[in-house]
Design a protein around this ligand. Structure first.
Ligand code: NDP
Length: 449
């Protein structure tokens, strides 16, 4: 089977992130594939690593100085065997087809773990909303939707937010969709509360992560209270991970953005977090301003020549990478293991390199894989879709309670799958096996299509 996997990977030779995500899943699911006849297994693999379709398009827009700018937009529709395509939209200069294929591939299995009838996809553009005016962001979103509206819809493909796509961008995208499609329907998630959004959607990925981490710690007789936690990022997922950690009695000491990180020796409390939310969500400022306001904190700029990220060098009990892919490499993993950390919880998508993951699992660090731990975001998006189709809205407590139960259920599903395939306690393998088996069985039931 290894040779088959390598043969498929060779077809996407330049797509490093996509290959990384595919390799991680396929290497975990060999025990399931071994139970299928060889030809069936090969046919299944050939289809599962190939997106249903990839759309690449031009996004022209005019900036505030009247200059024409052109960005590259993508929509990757990976697999809809379980339901309509669903994933995030990312606006960031680093966006490539490989990154969106990795996100879409991972989303297929994440969505399967939630038990919701959703397939997986992703989309985005190499557009940087940082430093742009609201009017520029709106013109970009309108132009982006000029292509996207043909492909999205509540029964076809339902994108939500990811890096660089928050409440402001979803608002502009939805407004453009509504006019172009001449339909008001749940074609996007993360909408405003007054126009079809769900309570707790913004909080869901971060809160869900902390619920998952609590389950994992509790299964080993531990809790979050008093634990020193490193959190990276300062966007949607980081803010809500930090918020729930603070509520659970943990001591969060770091946050970051792409310019560097802050370390607060006194810990970040609710008041300081409110400052971060205003700084990032309203003023759209940079994280160094935190250290200018709070004297207990220092700002450490990114060292482009460094072989590690100094954020992970601060002593801590738990690490929650909430920024971006491959932000914890081998050198960072060694430092975390030496603290020693008890838990690494992937709140971002694929934030740990394969070398780092191998070190954590080999050294008995409790490791929560992203496709399980950060599934809370898509889970509440699923609830938003149900509310849209039923034209109702649930109370916040009800959604939070459902989210808690769902994260508990995902943790149990991963453990049971790991156990039944002879790898007790290996959550990453369990997550991949449980999700892959579900998608694979649906594809096999539905024939070669
Ligand atoms: P945001 O755009 O809200 O925040 C991203 C944060 O990460 C910012 O602080 C940003 O800093 C930082 N960041 C982004 N790229 C880099 C980089 N290359 N190097 C250093 N820092 C970087 O995004 P989200 O919080 O929504 O997403 C964060 C992660 O969580 C991503 O991996 C995403 O795929 C994942 N995720 C998101 C979900 C959601 O619902 N939004 C759900 C599940 C997972 P700066 O502002 O300087 O760019």
């Amino acid at each position: 089977m290894r040779e088959t996997i390598e043969r498929f990977l060779a077809r996407d030779a330049g797509e490093r992130e996509f290959q990384q995500a595919v390799r991680e899943v396929l290497e975990s699911v060999e025990p399931f594939l071994a139970r299928l006849p060889q030809a069936v297994a090969e046919g299944l693999l050939a289809r599962i690593v190939e997106p249903e379709r990839v759309i690449s398009f031009r996004v022209p827009w005019v900036d505030d100085r009247g200059r024409t700018c052109v960005n590259r937009g993508f929509l990757v529709e990976m697999n809809n065997a379980l339901g309509p395509f669903k994933g995030g939209l990312r606006f960031h200069p680093s966006v490539t087809q490989s990154i969106l294929k990795f996100l879409a591939f991972q989303q297929v299995f994440k969505n399967a773990l939630t038990g919701l009838p959703l397939g997986g996809g992703a989309g985005g553009a190499d557009f940087d909303p940082k430093g742009k005016s609201d009017a520029e962001v709106m013109r970009f979103c309108t132009s982006f939707m000029r292509e996207l509206y043909r492909h999205v819809g509540s029964r076809v493909d339902i994108p939500g937010g990811d890096i660089g796509v928050g409440a402001r961008e979803i608002g502009f995208l939805f407004g453009a969709y509504r006019r172009m499609a001449n339909r008001f329907e749940g074609a996007l998630t993360g909408k405003g509360l007054a126009w079809g959004g769900s309570l707790f959607r913004a909080e869901a990925a971060g809160y869900g992560c902390v619920y998952f981490a609590s389950e994992l710690l509790a299964a080993h007789g531990l809790g979050l209270e008093g634990q020193v936690c490193l959190v990276s990022g300062s966007g949607n997922v980081a803010q809500h991970t930090a918020e729930k950690l603070i509520q659970a009695g943990a001591r969060v000491v770091t946050l970051s953005d792409s310019s560097g990180h802050i370390y607060d020796r006194d810990g970040i409390d609710e008041e300081k977090l409110a400052f971060v939310k205003h700084l990032k969500n309203v003023r759209r400022g940079r994280i160094h301003e935190y250290a200018e306001k709070y004297r207990s904190a220092v700002f450490v700029p990114v060292d482009p020549a460094g072989d590690h990220n100094p954020l992970w060098a601060h002593r801590a009990d738990c690490a929650f990478p909430c920024a971006t892919e491959n932000e914890i490499g081998e050198q960072d993993a060694y430092r975390l293991i030496n603290h020693p950390v008890k838990l690494v919880c992937e709140a971002a998508n694929m934030p740990c390199t394969p070398e780092a993951v191998q070190l954590f699992t080999g050294k008995n660090v409790l490791f929560a894989p992203g496709k399980a731990a950060n599934a809370g975001g898509v889970a509440v998006s699923g609830l938003e879709l149900v509310q849209n189709s039923m034209r109702l809205s649930w109370a916040g407590e009800e959604i939070d309670a459902r989210l808690r139960l769902l994260m508990k259920g995902i943790h149990r599903t991963c453990l049971e799958a790991a156990e039944s395939y002879g790898s007790p306690g290996e959550l990453l393998r369990g997550a991949n096996l449980a999700a892959f088996e579900k998608v694979a069985r649906a594809m096999l039931d539905q024939g070669v299509v």
